[in-house]
Design a protein around this ligand. Structure first.
Ligand code: MG
Length: 211
């Protein structure tokens, strides 16, 4: 378990390579899971097209195989609270407005995590769920999920029902106002004592999670 305020990497990747890397401060790490604060302006690593745009600028059928380059960038939005349960193929991200008002939950469907000394590794599954502050849910990126299913290094057709079930589970939890959609962290403010974080050199060690 990490301690309050520790700096932890959260790495999405596949085929042993980290493709999207965030750096957060530990809010809590216990039997309920890991809670991180991703501060505005935090260093990150993104995989972008050669011209610096994201893969989303391409038509759906070209995204899976597009050649990407990893670049050091910074998180440009307001801060995020990211909660990862001990068990469950998802994480939930609390989004805020620039004024610090709670803006909604982003349910990110992802592989089981692999924890290592300085970080957490997962493989993203493209499909997401967006849940408004009044707990109205909608699916996000179903088209990209379908287009990428079965492509090299990603989830298989056989995994699709379980991945969708994880999203349905989140939608049901939200509708019931159950944890983690019970109001926790919606008014979160980061510790004013926390200094800005710097990307450590070990961000690029071999990525451990499988799709
Ligand atoms: Mg996602």
């Amino acid at each position: 378990m990490w301690a309050y305020g520790d700096t932890v990497l959260y790495r999405y990747g596949r085929r042993a390579e980290a493709r999207f890397v965030r750096l957060g401060r530990v809010i809590a790490d216990d039997q309920d899971g890991l809670v991180l604060w991703i501060a505005p302006g935090s260093p990150q690593v993104e995989s972008l097209l050669a011209d610096g745009t994201t893969v989303r600028s391409l038509p759906l059928d070209q995204r899976a195989a597009a050649v990407r380059e990893r670049r050091h960038t910074t998180w440009r939005g307001p801060g995020i609270v990211q909660y990862t349960p001990v068990v469950g193929d998802w994480s939930v991200w609390w989004f805020f407005t620039p004024d610090g008002e709670f803006a909604g939950w982003y349910g990110n469907l992802e592989s089981p995590r692999v924890r290592w000394a300085a970080g957490v590794d997962a493989t993203d599954r493209a499909l997401d769920v967006w849940i408004t502050p009044d707990r109205v849910a909608r699916w996000k990126d179903e088209d990209e999920f379908a287009a990428m299913t079965g492509t090299p290094g990603r989830w298989t057709v056989e995994q699709v029902p379980a991945i969708r079930a994880a999203g349905e589970h989140l939608i049901a939890l939200a509708a019931a106002g159950a944890s983690p959609f019970d109001g926790r962290w919606t008014d979160y403010r980061p510790d004013p004592a926390w200094e800005p974080v710097e990307m450590p050199d070990h961000w690029d060690r071999p990525h451990l999670a499988t799709p």
